[in-house]
Design a binder for this molecule. Structure first.
Ligand SMILES: Cc1cc2nc3c(=O)[nH]c(=O)nc-3n(C[C@H](O)[C@H](O)[C@H](O)COP(=O)(O)O)c2cc1C
Length: 233
């Protein structure tokens, strides 16, 4: 996989469409993609679903669950509501199994009106992403509304501190956890489009398949099963 195949997905958890949070999320996605040599996409704005995130039969929500769990890096952005992320974002993620983001490098981003809620990304959003299996190598980015008129600089200042953590993130695709995805109760069954054989591991363990291969800059060339940044329960 060439670096240009690295996908940087963007998930926006704001019930309001065309939000400032979406603007911030896309700017972070653009700069992160530049930093890792990847490309932005898919972009999922939960405002498009509204209450359908609670509908287990919604095919469009199901499709977006599969999209966001299939990327290499996922920017997850939420406005700050009552000092935490939105109920909409939580409702969306409540549908995921506990390893649905296994192998995904997640970047927590929150936007808020109050500087004193700046830890919300670290205290609330990070644990949610880790619970879903994501690796979260950077500090969260918190953007205050008043910083939006110099958003490009705000994001690039954050990325200048955190970019190394991102580009040095362990290659998290591995054989061991893959069979956990798509098990009963795990609504976010993986797409098979990224499945391929692993050039490092001679063969996946019995009953396992290799979900995807990541070629991050500086990634270790040890067998997949040894490179996970996650604990697979
Ligand atoms: C219901 C609601 C609750 C909010 N609670 C907080 C809060 O606790 N802390 C804060 O910093 N901002 C809070 N805000 C402000 C938003 O997080 C902030 O304006 C953010 O930029 C949302 O902008 P957007 O909807 O255009 O993305 C709240 C806004 C709303 C609508």
């Amino acid at each position: 996989m060439s670096h240009s195949d690295i996908t940087v997905g963007v998930l926006v958890g704001n019930p309001r469409p065309a939000s400032r949070t979406a603007t911030v999320a896309l700017e972070v996605g653009r700069q992160v993609a530049d930093a890792v040599g990847g490309r932005v996409g898919p972009v999922v704005d939960l405002a498009m679903h509204g209450g359908d995130v609670l509908d287990p039969d919604s095919a469009t929500v199901q499709r977006d669950m599969e999209l966001v769990s299939g990327v290499d890096t996922l920017v997850v952005a939420s406005p700050t509501y009552k000092a935490t992320y939105t109920g909409l974002l939580k409702s969306f993620f409540d549908r995921f199994g506990s390893v649905s983001l296994d192998g995904v490098v997640a970047v927590p981003v929150m936007v808020g009106g109050a500087p004193h809620h700046a830890m919300a990304g670290e205290v609330h959003l990070r644990p949610l992403l880790v619970e879903l299996g994501a690796v979260v190598p950077t500090r969260s980015l918190y953007v205050v509304d008043s910083e939006l008129d110099h958003l490009t600089d705000t994001v690039s200042t954050w990325l200048s501190r955190e970019g190394a953590s991102l580009t040095n993130a362990p290659r998290t695709a591995h054989c061991a956890g893959v069979n956990e995805r798509g098990t009963p109760g795990d609504a976010a069954a993986p797409s098979t489009s990224k499945e391929q054989s692993c050039p490092i591991c001679p063969a996946p363990p019995d009953g396992h398949s290799v979900r995807s291969l990541r070629s991050w800059p500086n990634s270790p060339t040890t067998p997949c099963s040894a490179t996970s940044g996650n604990v697979v329960n």
